[in-house]
Design a protein around this ligand. Structure first.
Ligand SMILES: [Zn+2]
Length: 423
């Protein structure tokens, strides 16, 4: 099977049009109604105030098949004070460590190379390259987390990444031998500016790796709660491939990885660079997606109804549990939990409280639903009958952490792909 039909990029995004190819959007993928920004945790003195809600109406472009959300709130507003500190999740750190070892081994990275991570967060990943003596640079727009990265020995620029910054770095003599971005591509409104920047900053024989949640898994497993205002785009491999191609980049390899409920790690290089031949994995995934119909409207038309049914099943479970006098608490305060709870209308009437390991979230309240966030010790102090695991992608890790409570009769529930009691 041949590569996808090329489509030129349309430059800067325009309202109501596809952020990649500029085609006017008129096909709804799913409409989750109005929701607050999912990372806007509230302090006690904020919960009596007015709170902004924005639409979560996802559309799909019927030319390039990019699933996307309008930029209802600017990325700048969202990411300047981002509460997410990567280092608080054990499985993320494992993922980062394994990634580092593999890249150093596969691309023979050493002290003469430069690794650049876009959206480097608190340096949780680049710290492992630092430990191996590979020079690196983090780029992170959230000023509140950059100091944590510096503490880990990771030099960090507090800036948004795009063509302009890429040109400036190249002018300073810096080009990336490995250029990576995990869970950032989906969060970029000006997609063409971002991918153009990647192409500029990449050394002639350098490699880009980008991870993003895979649209196929979202569709197959009903992961509608991964939709939030910060997530502007939802990619199939085929859609991503076309976007990179429009900027002179070829996806030469791909891996399906378990993070965020099923993600892709794509490997890109300059189209003119023949150092890395296109792998079978890339060809096979492209063929599989086409067979499933990612370039046909019917693939996108059934999702919305399945989302509604998931809501009905979760609410039916919670209503029965509450009628039976059960106490229900949450575990975790991830962004995806806020989409789920707001869309389903679940407040303290169903979920008394939730807990989170991040001290930055403890003592605050979930946006929209105003469910209080405590430290995990609260579960021991006031054991509920059921615990709803909001970051269901970490269900095994969390189930292991809660083994003591389970032994005392506490049952765990996951909401996605549909409400389910863990055995
Ligand atoms: Zn498009």
């Amino acid at each position: 099977m041949t590569a996808s039909t090329p489509i030129p990029h349309a430059g800067r995004p325009r309202r109501g049009c596809c952020r990649f190819c500029g085609t006017p959007l008129h096909m709804t993928f799913v409409d989750l109604g109005m929701s607050p920004l999912c990372e806007s945790y509230l302090s006690a003195d904020q919960i009596d105030r007015m709170e902004p809600f924005y639409p979560l109406h996802v559309q799909v472009c019927d030319r390039c098949w990019l699933v996307q959300l309008e930029e209802y709130v600017s990325g700048e507003e969202i990411f300047r004070d981002y509460a997410y500190f990567s280092s608080y999740s054990d499985s993320w750190l494992d993922h980062a460590r394994r990634y580092t070892d593999r890249m150093i081994d596969r691309f023979k990275l050493g002290k003469d190379h430069l690794v650049v991570e876009v959206a480097s967060n608190d340096g949780y990943l680049l710290q492992y390259f630092v430990q191996h003596g590979v020079p690196c640079l983090g780029i992170e727009p959230a000023a509140n987390i950059a100091p944590d990265a510096e503490k880990r020995g990771v030099p960090t620029l507090v800036e948004f990444f795009g063509e302009e910054l890429a040109r400036r770095l190249v002018a300073e003599g810096r080009r990336a031998d490995l250029l990576l971005g995990n869970n950032v591509l989906a969060q970029v409104h000006d997609l063409n500016d971002f991918v153009a920047g990647l192409a500029i900053l990449l050394a002639p024989t350098g490699v880009i790796t980008i991870e993003f949640p895979h649209l196929l898994r979202m569709v197959e497993e009903n992961q509608f709660d991964t939709i939030y205002h910060e997530h502007f785009s939802y990619f199939s491999f085929v859609a991503a491939e076309r976007i990179f191609a429009a900027h002179g980049l070829t996806l030469f390899d791909v891996e399906e990885i378990p993070t965020h409920g099923g993600s892709l790690r794509i490997y890109a290089r300059h189209t003119a660079d023949t150092t890395h031949p296109v792998t079978d994995a890339a060809r096979e995934l492209r063929a599989r997606e086409r067979e499933l119909g990612v370039e046909r409207p019917d693939y996108y038309e059934t999702f919305a109804e399945r989302v509604k049914e998931t809501k009905r099943k979760l609410l039916a479970f919670l209503i029965d549990a509450k009628r039976a006098g059960a106490r229900v608490a949450g575990y975790g305060a991830p962004g995806k939990g806020n989409t789920l709870l707001n869309y389903c209308g679940i407040r303290t009437d169903f979920l008394e409280y939730t807990v989170d390991r991040s001290p930055h979230k403890q003592g605050k309240f979930l946006p929209g639903t105003h469910i209080p966030i405590h430290s995990p010790e609260r579960l021991e102090q006031m054991p509920p009958d059921y615990i709803l695991i909001l970051p269901w992608n970490l269900r095994d890790e969390i189930a292991a952490q809660l083994a003591g409570l389970r032994a005392k009769g506490c049952r765990l529930i996951v909401p996605i792909p549909e409400v389910q009691l863990l055995p």
